[in-house]
Design a protein around this ligand. Structure first.
Ligand code: GLN
Length: 529
């Protein structure tokens, strides 16, 4: 197996994840089997407990792992199958080492960062050689060089490269080359210093991926090469993409990144054939049609709903339609009413979420969609919201609610299952990962998926309360999908509406630019109509 380690320098948010994913795309187009891994130096065991405002979306894998949003890029840009082994955090590493220590596995030794933590990190990198048939592992290290918490990872990589041999491992450093207006020039010093930091601990990059707003002229390239000790053809310019992140692989190919990587590894393959990808980008960037869709949110940060944005983009691409997303703050709807924000949109989407802030605004938005015949897509919390709205305003169940938001509601249409209440005390009550759903014949869901059984990813605690099932059905709600035993309601729809579907799962985790998710496709198509 060949290894590519990706580090970041100077500042965060340089798009290391996108760079790693895009390189993955190019290498796959050269016939290589690629695996991608994210190593996160923070102490949380996983990002599941982190506020999306701080950390962006929690991306859920098929096996139920709650992971960093970069894994979403990996899945969207490549065909590699990801499991919980693909996102390693310091928290997990320490948890393993500490439990071994309590077990007495270290036989009286002093347990230390080096070698015990670094050995555990190396084991988690080496794992891929045994568990996958990938030719190349791209392993991205979160954070920025110079971070104290990142040091054990960098030391582990140094040892790892020594052990597998430099011919089998590449270090790609993603860095910033800022343009300073006052001087009218690009500055290489921050990059020099971040590479110096790497070399201090014995790491020498072979590739510098330079994020820049301006083209790197030959002089700048030579300076970077000479002072960072990187051969000139390893200095790769990475300009900001103009329209879409899916342009990034094309841009990096033009700069010769995949060619350089293959050369370093001694891999001989024909150049990547990117014409289908290029066509895809074209339909995404230059659509004939355009629709406006409102996402009723409570997190302003765009990263909090990353996969939803991407899924809408993919679906738009399939319909030659650009999707303009309007983010509407649910709390503003509570204050000023829905009319001001929703009267000129073609679709309304209520995404997932936790906690009661903004829920009344979301309920108002769902009502607005239902009463005005505006296409509605509810995702996870968005299904619970639609259920509450229907119960209150169609079935006249006053103060109907989820017990998450109102534990004393007279009509808990969304609640915990009896058996979950037990589990919740042990802190493990979340339903996570892929579960099958049975679709009802003659439902809109069945027409969209064109089959009777689907598998989608979940991340939620509360469920549709079956006590209210027949009452809501009598009111005109259709249960379009359930768990295989029929017990859990997974999808609802309103037949007496142009397009109204809400789902308990997260379809946004299974959409790719070249394989748009059917539900998002149908939603965008309905919005266009
Ligand atoms: N808070 C809700 C629950 O736990 C919805 C979760 C979500 O939208 N991901 O069931």
């Amino acid at each position: 197996m060949k290894y590519i380690f990706v580090t970041g320098g100077v500042v965060s948010s340089l798009g290391k994840g996108l760079a790693a994913a895009s390189l993955g795309t190019l290498l796959e187009h050269r016939g290589q089997r690629v695996a991608l891994q994210k190593l996160d130096p923070y102490l949380n065991v996983d990002p599941g407990t982190m506020n999306p405002l701080q950390h962006g979306e929690v991306y859920v894998l098929a096996d139920g792992a709650e992971t960093d949003l970069d894994l979403g890029h990996y899945e969207r840009f490549t065909n590699s199958i990801l499991t919980r082994a693909n996102n390693v955090t310091s928290g997990q590493v320490y948890e393993t080492v500490l439990s071994k220590e309590r077990h007495g596995d270290y036989l009286g030794k002093t347990v230390q960062v080096i070698p015990h933590i670094t050995d555990e990190i190396k084991a988690r990198i080496r794992l891929f050689q045994e568990t996958t048939n990938a030719d190349i592992l791209i392993s991205e290290i979160g954070g920025t060089t110079g971070d104290i918490e990142g040091l054990p990872f960098l030391e582990a990589i140094r040892q790892f490269i020594l052990q597998v041999g430099p011919e089998n491992a590449i270090l790609m450093h993603v860095t910033l080359v800022p343009f300073i207006k006052a001087a009218g020039e690009l500055k290489t010093k921050p990059t020099q210093q971040s590479v110096a930091k790497l070399r201090e601990i014995g790491l020498q990059p072979q590739v510098l991926l330079c994020r820049t707003e301006q083209p790197l002229d030959p002089e700048v390239r030579e300076k970077l090469s000479l002072f960072c000790n990187v051969p000139l053809d390893g200095v790769i310019e990475a300009r900001d993409v103009e329209h879409s992140i899916y342009e990034y692989p094309l841009l990096l190919q033009q700069e010769g990144l995949d060619e350089k990587v293959c050369r370093l590894f001694g891999i001989t393959t024909p150049p990547a054939q990117m014409s289908a990808w290029r066509q895809l980008v074209k339909t995404i960037v230059y659509p004939t049609h355009r629709v406006k869709i409102a996402i009723i949110s409570k997190y302003e940060l765009q990263d909090a709903y990353k996969s939803i944005y991407e899924s809408l983009t993919h679906a738009g691409g399939a319909s030659d339609c650009g999707v303009s997303i309007i983010v509407v703050d649910a709390e503003e709807i509570e204050l000023y009413g829905p009319e001001k924000y929703l009267s000129n949109v073609s679709g309304i989407l209520v995404p997932g979420g936790f906690g009661d802030r903004g829920t009344e605004g979301k309920i108002t938005a769902a009502r607005y969609a239902r009463e005005h015949g505006i296409p509605y897509l509810g995702l996870c919390l968005g299904m619970q919201i639609a259920t509450i709205e229907f119960a209150r305003h169609v079935c006249n169940l006053e103060r109907a609610n989820s017990t998450e938001f109102d534990p004393t509601t007279p009509h808990p249409v969304i609640s915990l299952l009896e058996e979950q209440k037990e589990v919740s005390h042990k802190g493990g009550s979340m339903r996570l990962g892929t579960w099958p759903t049975l679709l009802k014949e003659d439902s809109l869901a069945h027409r969209i998926y064109e089959r009777s059984e689907i598998a989608e990813r979940h991340r939620h605690r509360f469920e549709f309360n079956n006590t209210y099932r027949s009452e809501l059905e009598a009111g005109g709600l259709l249960i379009g999908g359930t768990s295989l035993d029929g017990q859990l309601v997974e999808m609802i729809e309103i037949p007496d509406h142009p397009w109204f579907i809400a789902v308990q799962f997260h379809p946004e985790f299974q959409s790719k630019p070249n394989a748009p998710h059917p539900l998002f496709q149908a939603f965008v198509a309905a919005c266009m109509r």
